[in-house]
Write a protein that binds this ligand. Structure first.
Ligand code: ADP
Ligand code: MG
Length: 598
């Protein structure tokens, strides 16, 4: 088109599109759920705007918050239309091509090292998956604040934008037309699309319609000679074919199949979180998690908590622990606007950028909160200030920690020494190792939580196993379990059956500076001064008789920075060890600090 303005894709986006268009990736299905998810986001946005501006919704068909899929077999076009917020010309330029999202380069990098395209939605570049199946894409869009525009691209490094003077006016919203490649013709089959929507988009909160053919029974006059020729040759009948004089002569009728086309609803929009937990199957929870997290792998969430809160502040919530930590969990840790919780008020999506619904250290949780108490007709900013949010947050934290504690309690590796019936034991076998898995993925978050919050979840068990006379919680820090196991500091402790907690993450050293005590028990680094292993009556005598040696030793090493030389009962085979002072850095911390300054 002559009037079209041409634009270059941002380099990173262009690279991404190249990867997609040349991909031999077999699961091309994913494009559909990405488009439906974008349509649903756009509908959420207009519905939210409507809360404070009634006019925004429009009238007639424009006000219908729905998604429509149409197939044009002849021209090999699949189109997906929504009546969402739409995009202005500027939005089209910005959102579809010129400004790379933060996830773009991360995703390109992943894909170059054999990453899974399936994760595209998680990186915020799901739209470009259309080029898995199409070689030419048109995006027609109408936003309330602008005219209707067409964005188009053949994924050749550039795109064009024109004011739309030839398509049907959309009212408001977006229609994406995919000109399918020959290899992608299967997406013109109604059955295929119905299956895909069922599989990936069942939990979309807006109706998804397919313009589908349908066989209907129609009563027609029974006319043997004519019907045998006509009805077999064509499946479509028009009204003219039912001739009037037939009716008079032969009052008999017969039933034939005819094909019509109509909008068929493909999803039932049941909000899982509003249902009673008893009625939701594990399968449904898993599926809902996948659509929420845009994670369509085979992994089920590790666990979840579905509950409702009553009282002054009423809400329903569904929290998931994902099977794996998201790729940017710690990158975005200090990014205040990052949250994986979606806030709804009476089923209307409000925001997924409320940073104050959960503390940062629980930001790995995915889920939904739907409140009946919060007001609907105020801005996000006002809502963010609402006093109910504090109560919601408190309850969410409690439930989240309960859920995590339960992961440990059900795991026989964690609670092996508890009395259990055989039935309980076999039920627990299934959960074997689940807490270790959790810890592996999210342990760091829990530790950061201790730094932020000063609370701890699972030390109760340690305390319950402490030996009589043991006053402190023993721990040792180092770079790996293997290294720690060989430590001479453990000799005596192991021999006497004391339990020692191993900390092998660099962040642990920082953690332990904040974590002084728990339930009145002090933390004692066993490589530091001050280890007390109950009363030892011989120790006093030994100190006396070796005083000469220790004094000599102290003098001999004075210039090396030694504080003191002491007789102790902490060793078994090793004759002596170097111990750090109570308030100094542990040797492990020294190493960490050294590594940081290098
Ligand atoms: P994401 O959905 O994670 O933001 P996408 O690549 O899927 O990433 O989409 C990019 C952007 O394009 C969206 O953030 C949105 O602003 C815009 N967009 C895509 N599809 C639509 C649509 N149907 N209606 C309105 N805006 C859309
Ligand atoms: Mg998207």
């Amino acid at each position: 088109r002559n009037s079209a303005e041409k634009f270059e894709f941002q380099a990173e986006v262009s690279r991404l599109m190249d990867i997609i268009i040349n991909s031999l990736y077999s699961n091309k299905d994913i494009f559909l759920r990405e488009l439906i998810s974008n349509a649903s986001d756009a509908l959420d946005k207009i519905r939210f705007l409507t809360l404070t501006d009634k006019e925004a919704l429009g009238e007639g068909d424009t006000a219908k918050l729905e998604i429509q899929i149409k197939l044009d077999k002849e021209n090999k076009i699949l189109s997906i239309r929504d009546r969402g917020v739409g995009m202005t010309k500027e939005d089209l330029i910005k959102n579809l091509g010129t400004i790379a999202k933060s996830g773009t380069s991360a995703f390109v990098e992943k894909m170059q090292t054999g990453g899974d395209l399936n994760l595209i939605g998680q990186f915020g570049v799901g739209f470009y998956s259309v080029y898995l199946v199409a070689d030419y894409v048109e995006v027609v869009s109408k936003h309330n604040d602008d005219k209707q525009y067409v964005w188009e691209s053949k994924a050749d490094g550039s795109f064009a934008i024109s004011e739309d003077t030839w398509n049907e006016p959309l009212g408001r919203g977006t229609e994406i037309k995919l000109h399918l490649r020959d290899e992608a013709k299967e997406y013109l089959e109604e059955g295929k699309l119905k299956d895909l929507v069922k599989k990936y988009s069942e939990f979309i909160n807006f109706p998804i319609y397919l313009w589908a053919t349908k066989e209907v029974d129609v009563e027609v006059p029974a006319d043997e000679e004519e019907s045998s020729e006509e009805e077999e040759s064509t499946t479509e009948r028009t009204e003219e074919e039912e001739t009037e004089d037939d009716e008079e002569k032969k009052p008999k009728t017969k039933t034939v199949k005819e094909t019509t086309t109509e909008w068929e609803l493909l999803n039932d929009m049941k909000a899982v979180w509003l249902r009673s937990p008893k009625e939701v199957t594990e399968e449904e929870y898993a599926k809902f998690y996948h659509s929420l997290a845009k994670d369509f792998g085979d992994d089920k969430p590790m666990t979840w908590s579905h509950f409702s809160a009553e009282g002054d502040v009423e809400f329903k919530a569904l929290l998931f622990v994902p099977p794996k930590a998201p790729h940017d969990l710690y990158e975005s840790y200090y990014n205040a606007n990052k949250s994986n919780l979606k806030l709804y008020v009476r089923r209307v999506f409000i925001s997924d950028e409320f940073d104050d619904l959960l503390p940062k250290y629980l930001s790995f949780l995915m889920g939904i909160v739907d409140s009946d108490t919060l007001p609907l007709n105020v801005s996000r900013e006002m809502l963010q200030q609402h006093s109910s949010l504090k109560t919601i947050k408190k309850k969410l934290i409690r439930k989240a920690l309960d859920m995590i504690r339960k992961l440990a309690e059900e795991d026989p590796d964690e609670y092996s020494n508890k009395e259990k019936t055989d039935d309980e034991k076999s039920a627990m076998e299934e959960k074997k190792g689940q807490y270790a898995k959790f810890w592996n993925e999210f342990g760091k978050s829990v530790k950061l939580g201790i730094i932020e919050d000063g609370k701890l979840v699972s030390l109760d068990e340690y305390i319950s196993r402490m030996k009589s006379g043991q006053k402190d919680i023993f721990y040792l820090t180092g770079s790996s379990k293997e290294q720690l196991e060989k430590s001479p500091f453990l000799e005596q402790l192991t021999k006497k059956n004391y339990e020692v907690i191993y900390f092998t993450d660099p962040v642990d050293e920082y953690l332990m500076q904040y974590l002084m005590d728990y339930e009145d028990k002090k933390f004692q680094n066993v490589s530091k001064e001050g280890l007390k292993l109950g009363k030892d009556s011989k120790l006093k005598d030994l100190k006396e008789s070796f005083k000469e040696l220790t004094d000599w030793w102290k003098k001999a090493l004075d210039t090396e920075g030694i504080d003191s030389v002491k007789i102790s009962n902490r060793l078994h085979n090793t004759p002596c060890v170097v111990v750090t002072s109570k308030y100094g850095w542990s040797s492990n911390m020294e190493k960490i600090m050294q590594a940081q300054t290098l």
